[in-house]
Design a protein around this ligand. Structure first.
Ligand code: MG
Length: 220
């Protein structure tokens, strides 16, 4: 495995080194319901390191210490300008582009961590847990809403719309920038609609964001 800093590739040809990956939990009420958990008053935020990233077309090795890795298809926002406080009205000024990603989650490990009140890092941030498509530049992507879909071996598992997010892209980026200095190359996984489920060796997982971009990964 390469230890070089991974980079985003944008449709306009730009490349940006990948920074911190901010991830939002329970941002769709139907998914919160299937997890038997409430939609929180404040966003649930967790992190993945750049090394968790995998590009479109990658083969991903599931961690040997988990027996229940789930797909979570999500809209991913890539930050293009450093900011330590952007208003919701000005969020798109700091967005480089959008893509579709899979927040691959070791659900058995996460469930044990939740039960014990421990952090989710092992369950959420392992090598390969963050495959993301090519990033569509913000000047051509539009600002949504977009349809999200995830298929496994050609069967639809998740189907949703970003218009069902409990908190909008504008709210999330503004909120995160009030807590963290967001830097060019950081990204935000914005939460998953319902229908999450297991993936196993040999699966082909395809995630799509309307018809603007898609991601295909193979499970080793
Ligand atoms: Mg998620």
């Amino acid at each position: 495995m390469s230890t070089d800093t991974p980079t985003w590739t944008l449709t306009d040809g730009t490349t940006i080194p990948i920074g911190t990956m901010y991830c939002i939990g329970r941002n769709y009420s139907a998914h919160a319901l299937e997890m038997n958990a409430p939609v929180p008053d404040d966003p649930i935020v967790f992190l993945k390191p750049p090394a968790a990233y995998r590009a479109n077309g990658s083969t991903i090795t599931l961690p040997a210490w988990s027996h229940d890795v789930h797909h979570e298809v999500e809209l991913v926002i890539v930050i293009g300008l450093n900011t330590d406080g952007v208003s919701a009205d000005n969020v798109w000024d700091v967005v480089a582009g959008v893509g579709v990603g899979l927040d691959l989650t070791a659900r058995d490990i996460q469930s044990a961590a939740k039960k014990d009140g421990h952090p989710w890092a092992i369950a959420k941030a392992w090598n390969g847990s963050a495959p993301v498509s090519t990033i569509v530049s913000a000047d051509t992507s539009g600002r949504g809403p977009w349809d999200l879909q995830c298929t496994v071996n050609g069967k639809v598992r998740q189907k949703g719309s970003t218009q069902d997010m409990e908190r909008s892209v504008e709210h999330l980026v503004s909120y995160l920038s009030s807590v963290f200095t967001l830097r060019r190359g950081d990204c935000i996984f914005t939460g998953t609609p319902s229908g999450v489920g297991p993936i196993v060796s040999g699966d082909v997982v395809v995630a799509s964001l309307s018809s603007i971009v898609s991601l295909e990964v193979h499970i080793a």
